[in-house]
Design a binder for this molecule. Structure first.
Ligand code: C2E
Ligand code: CA
Ligand code: CA
Length: 689
């Protein structure tokens, strides 16, 4: 039986499985928690190496990779090549040692002497106490690999149970959703909103619940994102809207005390044709006065198209709807954008303002959320309020409307109806008071409320003074410092001249922003690179706003966000694209991608330049045949050739005369398959023979 791969000398996958089982059995601890790991790795666009440099070079690279793996896996490890450029490696390493090995491997590979950057993604499965076959371990490494793929920053990824759950349940949820709507498994819960100053019930939010006959309650956090992805959310939202109208109608008929109910509108809904008319039709059908229904649109929807959202809001206002911006502060939109979108109320989610919430969003910067609301002049409802201290604090800074577990959790209709009868209710929400003006100079009083907000509720922010072309940082919060670098201290930033970190060009960019901000009195933005001694340069996006002015000095409030990773990824992408172009220019090859299902063909720049192909060619190869790239007498055989891809041949090639000059080309396709083994894409190349 063949046990070794002829190209690399590594095990075949079969032999590998046997070896690994043996290895695990030999260890008295077995595959105990974290003892071993399986790595699954492949090379991005490996085919290009073969096409550009020849199969021999390709094999050389594979041998190099194999050698590296053997070395890094060590005595107790095993490595095999599953197929093509795909390797599976078993190592007896864990924790930091394991991660270091992967990093070393990636680094060593990147030095491979070839004018083409070798990029490889690695999926890692670390054994758990659970007994499983080697095949099952490899499958998990493949799942981890799939999520690493295409990520230029994180070339490797560890498998986690939740990753598998997420994949499994998404399919299940999609499979069950249509029947669920028909069988009325979606149920509307109501979460009341209160005025904290007098404990009156002033409104509520409709929140959908999925009560599955077998699975029980399914959390919206689980299914809403999936519905948003596949569009089913619009059906559910319409259903919720109608249920709420129906409920309010019943309240009117039964003389139940009434308060407005807010219905969530997903960003998908807004882009539906006749969205506003459809809502109106339902509302009129139940003849519910418009002041009893409010709508909530999440802030992140605004980013996609402030202009469009504004138009939708105008339409809604025409009919008299009050519209709330949900999860205000979570998407960190710029003040200027928010100002241009005519929301009526801001809903501020305490969860997004917490320390953890901010980190989850990558420490992205907003100005003080409360301060922003004040600048914008909007009333605020705070959501997710769990403890009295939060409510008291919010009230003290001018936000008296509260929704959260402190008062009540979302509840079924019957319970909510009972609550309406026994509560003090206001018919509609009374006009809300605005937050008192904040005094900028209170920012350096350590006991002031501003200080509290400054330190806790914003991203990276600083107060600085600008005088005679010089900047002096007066205060910086913790997040400001950690945005730049975790090992710096607030002291390091305050005591240093910040201009020291700029080179001339970046200094100019920054100063121009300051001048703009002084001239406009508005928030201004710029991106600059800075170098802090002993650290890699960082790229920061800065937003600044003037908050005070004296004879020769200006006081500024500034926010920063570290965008180095984004910038680097962009640069890397462009660099690789350039390399790739240069290499294929020299190698005299044409290449393209073909989508088996849509028949779309995406050509390389050479095809576009020499053959006048459009950026995407639909119904390939017909237009190319029409253009004469394939002479009439070979057209049919080329069509046959393409058929073979559809029929699932993994690798096909032929020599074919092209263009009216009948230049002989060697055409080669490699097919890519989905999990079910169906062909999805094919990568083609043509080299003059
Ligand atoms: P959301 O619109 O921000 O809704 C508020 C969420 O916060 C609700 O979670 C609510 O139960 C929860 N919450 C309320 N008070 C507290 C509190 O004091 N502490 C904590 N930790 N949480 C609190 P829920 O019901 O699980 O909904 C999650 C999300 O699902 C909603 O977030 C909303 O984005 C979405 N969603 C729910 N129903 C619908 C719907 O009918 N249509 C659409 N498009 N989305 C919906
Ligand atoms: Ca909401
Ligand atoms: Ca919310």
């Amino acid at each position: 039986m063949i046990e070794n791969d002829p190209v690399t000398g590594l095990w075949t996958f079969r032999a590998f499985q046997t070896q690994v089982s043996k290895e695990i059995e030999r260890n008295p601890k077995g595959a105990a928690d974290g003892e071993y790991a399986i790595c699954y790795c492949d090379v991005l666009r490996f085919k290009m190496v073969n096409d550009m440099f020849g199969v021999e070079e390709g094999d050389k690279l594979l041998k190099f990779m194999a050698l590296l793996w053997k070395e890094y896996a060590g005595e107790e490890g095993e490595a095999c090549r599953v197929e093509a450029d795909r390797f599976v490696v078993f190592v007896h390493k864990k924790g930091e040692e394991l991660e270091q090995m992967i990093k070393d491997y990636l680094k060593a590979l990147s030095t491979y002497p070839i004018p083409y950057e070798i990029i490889c993604n690695i999926g890692v499965f670390v054994t758990t106490g659970e007994r499983m076959s080697v095949r099952a371990m490899v499958d998990r490494a493949i799942i981890a690999h799939a999520s690493a793929k295409g990520d230029f920053l994180n070339r490797y990824n560890f498998y986690s149970e939740s990753q598998r759950d997420a994949i499994l349940s998404e399919q299940e949820i999609v499979g069950m959703m249509i029947a669920a709507l028909e069988e009325k498994q979606f149920v509307v819960y109501y979460q009341p909103q209160y005025d904290h100053t007098n404990h009156m019930l002033v409104g509520s939010e409709a929140l959908v619940r999925w009560i599955h006959p077998k699975r029980g309650l399914i959390s919206p956090a689980k299914f809403i994102p999936i519905f948003e992805k596949n569009g089913f959310i619009t059906k559910v939202d319409m259903y919720v809207f109608e249920s709420v109208c129906e409920f309010q109608r019943r309240c009117i008929d039964n003389n139940t005390p009434m308060v407005p109910v807010s219905v969530n509108v997903s960003r998908r809904d807004i882009y539906q044709k006749d969205f506003v008319e459809n809502l109106e039709e339902i509302r009129r059908k139940y003849d519910v006065p418009v002041e009893y229904i409010r709508l909530e649109i999440t802030e992140s929807a605004v980013i996609g198209g402030p202009q469009y959202i504004s138009e939708v809001l105008d339409q809604l206002h025409k009919y008299g709807y009050v519209v709330e911006m949900d999860d205000f502060g979570s998407a960190y939109s710029s003040l200027n954008v928010l100002k241009s979108v005519p929301f009526d109320i801001l809903k501020l989610d305490m969860e997004f303002l917490s320390e953890e919430g901010n980190q989850k969003n990558g420490g992205i910067i907003v100005s003080s959320v409360i301060r922003m609301a004040k600048w914008l002049g909007f009333p605020v409802i705070a959501e997710g309020v769990e403890v009295p201290e939060q409510a008291d604090y919010l009230q003290s800074i001018g936000c008296r409307y509260i929704q959260g577990y402190l008062y009540a959790k979302p509840m079924p209709e019957s319970e909510y109806t009972a609550l309406l009868f026994e509560s003090n209710t206001g018919k509609t929400i009374p006009p809300m008071s605005l937050i008192d003006t904040m005094n900028a100079y209170d920012f350096w009083n350590p006991t002031s409320l501003e200080t509290l907000i400054f330190s806790n509720y914003v991203g990276g922010a600083a107060i600085f003074e600008y005088r005679n072309g010089k900047i002096e940082v007066l205060r910086a919060n913790k997040k400001y410092v950690s945005e730049i670098n975790n090992t710096l201290r607030e002291k390091d930033i305050i005591e240093d001249d910040p201009m020291r970190f700029f080179d001339e060009k970046n200094h100019r960019i920054y100063m121009e922003m300051i001048e703009r901000a002084i001239a406009s009195g508005e928030e201004e933005e710029c991106e600059t690179w800075r170098t802090y001694e002993g650290y890699e340069p960082v790229c920061l996006r800065s937003n600044v706003r003037m908050i005070g002015k004296s004879a020769d000095a200006y006081l500024f409030y500034g926010m920063i966000r570290n965008i180095t990773a984004e910038k680097k990824a962009m640069e890397e992408l462009m660099y690789r694209e350039k390399l790739f172009r240069a290499a294929s220019e020299q190698a005299n090859i044409y290449y393209w991608e073909y989508d088996v299902k849509t028949k779309d063909m995406v050509p390389c720049f050479r095809c576009k330049r020499d053959l006048h192909f459009p950026p995407v060619m639909q119904n390939y190869p017909e237009p190319a045949i029409e253009m004469g790239v394939f002479p009439p007498e070979v057209a049919d055989s080329y069509r046959q050739f393409m058929k073979r891809i559809e029929n699932g041949e993994p690798d096909i090639e032929m020599d074919i005369p092209l263009t009216k000059d009948h230049v002989m080309f060697h055409v080669h396709y490699t097919t890519e398959f989905d999990e079910e083994g169906k062909p999805v894409k094919a990568y083609g190349s043509a080299i003059p023979v």
